[in-house]
Design a protein around this ligand. Structure first.
Ligand code: FES
Ligand SMILES: [Fe+2]
Length: 271
C-alpha cells in the first residue's frame, strides 16, 4: 500500500447519523470483503438476527436480497462494496428499517488486522432518541462481528493449512477394531482431514472441511445420513457425497474404508 493515498471526496449519507461502532478485527481486508459479499451466511451464522434470505441480484458490486427476521419481519436489503474507498454501504430498501443505511469503512493496520468504523444512519428518529438507537445498533453489530470473526478466522486457518500442508501424510491408516472406535472420529489420511462416522450400520467418511468455502464439518450436524454445513447450510448425503440442498458441489476424494475379518478398520487415500 502506498504511504500516501488520495481518495475520492467522502460523500456521507443524507440520512441522520445515530451512532458509530468501532473495532479492530484480527483478519485481513480480503476476508472482510469476502464476508461482506457473502449474503448466504446470514441466516446460518447469524441465525438470531436472520431466519431466511433470498438473493435477488449479486455481483462483484455487492448484492440485493429479501430477508426475513426470526420474528417474521420481511425487508429488502442492498449492500454495495466500494473497494476504492475501502467501504461497503448497506441500505434497507423496504421493511421496518426502510431508509436506514449502515456505512462500514475498513482501515488495514497490518496484513491481518483491520480497524473498522461502522456508522448507522436512520431516518425519522427524534434527535433525543438517536443516541439510544445508535447504542442498540452498536450492540447488534458487536454480536454480528463476534460471529463473523469466528468464521473468518477459521476460514483463514483452513486456507493457511492448504498452503502449509498437513504434516501427517500417511496414505494408509489402520484404526484398530471397529467396536473400539469412538465415532465420529477425526482422522488424517493422505495429508487431508476426514471424519469417520456411522450411519445406521454403515461406516461413512467425509472431509472435515466443506467443499464450498472450507466450513467445519465435524459430524455434529449429521442426521439420517445428511450432513449440514454451519456456514451456509449446504446439505450433503454422506453415503453418495451429493449435495442435496441444490448447490453445485459435492464431497469428493474420499478414502476407501476397508473392514478386516476381525473388524479392523483401514482407510486408504483416494488415488
Ligand atoms: S462453507 Fe459454505 S456451505 Fe459449507
Ligand atoms: Fe456476517
Amino acid at each position: 500500500m502506498p504511504e500516501h493515498e488520495i481518495l475520492p471526496p467522502f460523500q456521507g449519507s443524507a440520512v441522520p447519523h445515530v451512532g458509530t461502532y468501532r473495532r479492530v478485527l484480527p483478519v485481513s481486508l480480503e476476508r472482510m470483503y469476502e464476508n461482506s459479499l457473502d449474503w448466504e451466511h446470514l441466516p446460518h451464522v447469524h441465525s438470531s438476527s436472520f431466519s431466511q434470505i433470498d438473493c435477488e441480484a449479486e455481483g462483484p458490486w455487492g448484492w440485493r436480497a429479501a430477508l426475513v427476521s426470526p420474528g417474521g419481519d420481511a425487508s429488502v436489503v442492498e449492500l454495495r462494496l466500494d473497494r476504492a474507498c475501502r467501504r461497503w454501504i448497506t441500505r434497507n430498501l423496504s421493511g421496518p428499517a426502510a431508509g436506514a443505511e449502515i456505512w462500514t469503512h475498513a482501515f488495514p493496520i497490518e496484513p491481518r488486522r483491520v480497524d473498522i468504523v461502522v456508522d448507522f444512519f436512520v431516518p425519522g428518529v427524534a434527535a433525543e432518541q438517536r443516541s439510544r438507537l445508535g447504542q442498540a445498533y452498536a450492540r447488534l453489530y458487536e454480536r454480528l462481528y463476534d460471529e463473523d470473526v469466528a468464521m473468518m478466522l477459521e476460514r483463514q486457518r483452513q486456507l493457511d493449512r492448504r498452503i502449509d500442508g498437513v504434516r501427517d501424510n500417511e496414505r494408509v491408516v489402520e484404526l484398530g477394531v471397529r467396536e473400539d472406535l469412538e465415532l465420529p472420529l477425526a482422522v488424517t489420511v493422505g495429508g487431508r482431514e476426514y471424519v469417520l462416522a456411522q450411519v445406521e450400520d454403515d461406516l461413512v467418511i467425509f472431509p472435515r472441511q466443506c467443499p464450498h468455502q472450507l466450513g467445519p464439518l465435524d459430524g455434529r450436524d449429521l442426521q439420517d445420513g445428511v450432513l449440514r454445513c454451519p456456514w451456509h447450510g449446504y446439505r450433503f448425503d454422506v453415503r453418495t457425497g451429493n449435495c442435496v440442498s441444490g448447490q453445485r458441489c459435492r464431497l469428493s476424494n474420499l478414502p476407501e474404508i476397508r473392514l478386516g475379518r476381525s473388524g479392523e478398520v483401514t482407510l486408504s487415500a483416494a488415488c
